[in-house]
Write a protein that binds this ligand. Sequence first.
Ligand code: NAP
Length: 309
Amino acid sequence: MPSSSNIGRRTLMRGLGAAGAGLVLPVAAGAQPVAMITRAVPSSGEALPVVGLGSWITFNVGNDRAARDGCADVMRAFFSGGGRLIDSSPMYASSQDVIGYGLAKLGKPAALFAADKVWISRGARGRDQIEQSRRHWDVARFDLMQVHNLLAWEEHLPMLFSMKAAGQLRYVGITTSEGRRHDEIEQIMRRHPIDFVQVTYNVVDREIESRILPLARDRGIGVIVNRPFREGALIKKVMRHPLPAWAQEIDCTSWAQVILKFIASHPAVTCVIPATTSVAHVRENMQAAYSRLPDEALRRRMIAHIEAL
Ligand SMILES: NC(=O)c1ccc[n+]([C@@H]2O[C@H](COP(=O)([O-])OP(=O)(O)OC[C@H]3O[C@@H](n4cnc5c(N)ncnc54)[C@H](OP(=O)(O)O)[C@@H]3O)[C@@H](O)[C@H]2O)c1
C-alpha cells in the first residue's frame, strides 16, 4: 500500500499554497473570520471549494415530499456553507430530479457547479441521456459531464469534447470507484484532454497516491474524490473511538472533518464529495473546507492512528 510519505513536504505546501481564499466562514462576534479553502481547476484556473456534495442513495428518495424537502434543506445548508459542486448521475435514479426540486426551491443558487454523468452503453444515446438529465436538474447546461465508470467511454468522450467545444458544457471527466480499472483510467489520462478524473480516496484507500494523483498533477487534470467515508462504513468505524488530541491541530471537532481534511490536504485533490441526508452532517462536512489542513507529518500520524483502530 503506497503511503502519503510519497508526497514531499515542498510539494504538499506548494499544493496547499494553490488553495485560494474565497468565501469567509461566519464566526462568532469578535473572532477572526476564516477564509474558505478553494482549489484551482487545473485546465481553467477557476476556483472550486475543496468540499462538494454527492447524491448517490442519499438523494434517491423518489416522490416522497418530506424526504425531498429534507434533501433541499441539505442543499440549502451546503450552499450556505459556501459549497458549489454537486455530483449526480442517471444511475442514481430519482436523485437528479430531487436535485432539480431543491435547486428550484432554493431559487437557483448562482454558485452551483453542476456535475453529472453519462451512463449508457450505446454511445449514440449519450446526448439524449444528457439532455434528459439536464431537464431533471433544470439547468442551462452542465458545468462538468463525466463518463460514469468508463461505460462506453470510447464513444462518449469524443461526443463530450464536441459538446464542450460548442459551449454546451464546460468540463469533461471520467469516473471510477473503489480502485476499479485504474490502468485504463491512467491510459485515458495520458491520451485524452480530460479536465477531471473522479476516483475513490480516503485515509484507508490510498491506492491512487502512487500513480493517479501524481499523473493528475503532471497532466493538469482536476481530481474529484468519491466515497470519502466508504459509503458510511469508515465514519461509523472511527466514531466508536475518541477523537485524537491532534485533531485540534487542524481545527477538527469531529471524525468526519478529520477524514475530509486528510483527503483535502493532498495537493492533487480538487474537491471531495461526501454524501449525506443530514443537515447537521452537511454543516459539519463543510467546516472541513475552512481553517488549517494537516501537513505531511500529521498526515502520516493520521494514517497510522486510523489504521490501528
Ligand atoms: N463511480 C462513481 O462515479 C461514483 C462511485 C461512488 C460514489 N460516487 C459519488 O461520490 C459520492 C460520495 O460517495 P458515497 O455516497 O458512496 O459515500 P460517502 O460520501 O463515502 O458516505 C456517505 C455516508 O456517510 C454518512 N455521512 C456523511 N457525512 C457524515 C458525517 N458528517 N457524520 C457521520 N456520517 C456522515 C452518510 O450518512 P448520513 O446520511 O446519516 O449523513 C452516508 O451514509 C456519491 O454520493 C456520488 O455522488 C461516484
